[in-house]
Design a protein around this ligand. Structure first.
Ligand code: NAD
Length: 282
């Protein structure tokens, strides 16, 4: 039986620390504030937004919602980003992606100040992930994987890690962050010749492919730690991870569930990044 690495205790521990830091900022006359910029009404965006607002309220981060219609012109989006950049009372901005128009998304990410980019979408933030220097923040989900490992006392140093997925939102940044923490990282993707063998060789598997049940019994072995980042909605409307939990859990040493695993840590990381941005503004 594997240890189940639940996200809630990680988020609770983070929140305790964040409550103290938010109070210190308020004592210094700063109300840490997040702007949430959402285009359209995608149900998963709205669900995440509600969870983020709840987490922020709990720790003392104020939230301003900026909502634009699905059909909004690029100028309206860029104007909203510019106003967020120029507002000294806003410390961080969460821009929901993907946007309906990919070119508008690229333009919005290019315009957003890296100092306020609390979810790692700007080139400045990604450069900071790669160099360890400069303004910006890693994407919250990538950081959530690291927070989870730290909370459960799992050091990536010297370990072999297989990251499945190479998106800029999760796969690539989490691979770079784990490498910075002295892991030996193999990046797997849709063209990887033998995914199962690459995963079995690893001590830690990070599954972030967005393919329900991709990581099955053939990909796991005893002693592994498995982080399942995937959130896939089935035709019946239930959530499934990228890992076949029923096949992996009896074999591996530790595993995150879906839901209630990595995803439960992400909003706490978002609030943490807003507080860091506010602290840096002091
Ligand atoms: P994406 O579609 O942008 O990228 C998926 C990556 O997986 C690609 O690099 C692709 O090469 C790789 N891939 C696809 N099929 C593969 C296969 N058969 N074998 C190996 N690699 C394969 O997705 P994303 O935005 O990176 O999201 C990945 C998953 O994480 C999704 O399920 C998403 O819903 C979830 N997600 C979770 C959170 C969270 O808070 N837990 C946050 C964001 C995204």
């Amino acid at each position: 039986m594997a240890e189940i690495l639940k996200g809630a205790p990680v988020a609770a521990a983070l929140s305790e620390e964040l409550i103290r830091r938010a109070a210190a900022l308020r004592g210094a006359g700063i109300l840490p504030t997040l702007a949430i910029l959402r285009v359209g009404e995608r149900p998963d965006d709205v669900a995440y937004e509600n969870a983020a607002v709840k987490r922020c309220e709990k720790v003392g981060v104020s939230v301003r919602r900026v909502l634009l219609p699905h059909s909004c012109a690029r100028e309206a989006l860029l104007d909203a980003v510019a106003r967020i950049n120029d507002d000294p009372a806003i410390h961080g901005c969460l821009l929901f992606r993907p946007l309906p128009d990919r070119e508008s998304e690229a333009a919005a990410c290019a315009l957003l100040s890296p100092e306020k980019d609390v979810d790692g979408c700007t080139a400045g933030s990604l450069a900071a992930v790669f160099t360890g220097k400069g303004p910006g923040f890693p994407p919250c989900t990538a950081q959530a994987c690291l927070e989870l490992l730290d909370y459960y006392g799992i050091s990536p140093a010297g370990k072999r890690v297989a990251v499945v997925g190479r998106s800029l939102v999760i796969g690539r940044p989490v691979a770079m962050m784990l490498q910075s923490r002295d892991a030996t990282v193999t990046m797997c993707h849709s063209k990887t010749a033998d995914l199962a063998a690459a995963c079995r060789e690893a001590d830690i598997v990070v599954a972030a492919a967005g393919q329900a049940g991709l990581i099955d019994a053939s990909c796991v072995r005893a002693g592994q730690v498995v982080l399942d980042v995937g959130i896939n909605v089935t035709a019946e409307g239930t959530l499934r991870g990228d890992v076949r939990f029923d096949e992996a859990e009896p074999v591996v040493k530790a595993i995150t569930p879906v839901p209630a695993g990595v995803g439960a840590v992400t909003t706490a990381v978002l609030a943490k990044h807003v507080l860091q941005a506010a602290e840096r503004s002091l």
